[in-house]
Design a protein around this ligand. Structure first.
Ligand code: CP
Ligand code: NVA
Length: 308
């Protein structure tokens, strides 16, 4: 685990231990239950989060901002180009300056190296709000959603169909921490990074790369996918044509466990990676999943600031 001067960074699930992951999930569930009863403890009174977005966002931006406010804190949001960072101020200087003003920084950026550089130079916690490599905040929300509907994830099977992208790679990290099977069907050139798969399999995970979507979903407890074109992907047309056989549709869902749920981090493209019948159908829990981003973000900030 990377330790900053005033708290803990949340850069990747591979860099945190399973006890911390469980602590965050448990706190998120508790905060969710309290919020439903109208109680929102002011754990973050006076705390400030700076958020920098080099890429678009709906869920990440709004859930962090609302989460900070609901717990008594404050969030400031910037796109990358409006800061001096956008016209050449260094990441290191930005990290040091923001560390004098706020209590934590969330960054969504194109390059994971930039996130690491920000963290290395900040004296406050840095949170990964999505890079081309991983999306750990999302996967905590996904696991919370899965466990609400299907019980403990340990020993269960999650099927991933499509692009072995940033979201898939955070699922792979989580497989090692929480002991579930993560079975992927991806076009070979869109497989997740081999070192990410190897790391998980060497650290208690069970990552299975299979040939076809049909093989992947067989008896799975959850089927999940993501957009065929991620933000920053260089060749959208090639991705779309490669991924055409990887749609999650009703026929594919029928091969999963009858109790299987469907998850998608959103934004979704109906008629591409998923049919409307699946994402808007009874097995889909995508809006619970989106809601859970709020509860999880709060718990992540509490963990980063050593409040839990
Ligand atoms: N799932 C997710 O991160 O959504 P946004 O891009 O809207 O933040
Ligand atoms: N894989 C997608 C996730 C968006 C939340 C992307 O990186 O664009």
């Amino acid at each position: 685990m990377k330790q900053s001067v005033n708290g803990r960074h949340f850069l990747d699930l591979a860099a945190i231990d399973s006890a911390s992951l469980r602590l965050i999930l448990t706190k998120a569930a508790e905060l969710k239950a309290q919020r439903k009863q109208g109680t929102m403890p002011p754990y973050l009174a006076g705390k400030k989060l700076a958020m920098i977005f080099e890429k678009n966002s709906t869920r990440t931006r709004v859930s962090f901002e609302v989460g900070m406010v609901e717990l008594g804190g404050y969030a400031l949001s910037f796109n990358g180009s409006e800061l001096q960072l956008g016209r050449g101020e260094t990441v290191a200087d930005t990290a040091q300056v923001l560390s004098r003003y706020v209590d934590a920084i969330m960054l969504r950026c194109h390059s994971h190296d930039k996130l690491e550089e920000l963290a290395a130079n900040a004296s406050i916690p840095v949170i990964n709000g999505l890079t081309e490599y991983s999306h750990p905040c999302q996967i905590l929300a996904d696991i919370l959603t899965f466990e609400e509907h299907c019980g403990p994830i340990k020993g269960k099977t999650i099927a991933w169909i499509g692009d072995g992208n940033n979201v898939a790679q955070s699922w792979i990290h989580a497989s090692a921490l929480l002991g579930f099977t993560f079975r992927l069907a991806c076009p070979t050139s869109l497989n997740p990074l081999p070192e990410v798969v190897a790391w998980a399999n060497e650290n208690g995970g069970n990552i299975q790369l299979v040939q076809s979507p049909q093989d992947a979903v067989k008896n799975a407890d959850c089927v999940t996918t993501d957009t065929w074109v991620s933000m920053g992907d260089p060749d959208p047309e090639a991705q779309i044509s490669m991924l055409a056989p990887y749609q999650v549709n009703e026929a594919l869902m029928a091969l999963a466990s009858p109790a299987a749920i469907f998850l998608h981090c959103l934004p979704a493209h109906r008629g591409e990676e998923v049919t409307a019948g699946v994402i808007d159908g009874p097995q889909s829990k995508v809006f619970d999943e989106a809601e859970n981003r709020l509860h999880v973000q709060k718990a992540i900030v509490l963990w980063c600031l050593n409040i839990i």
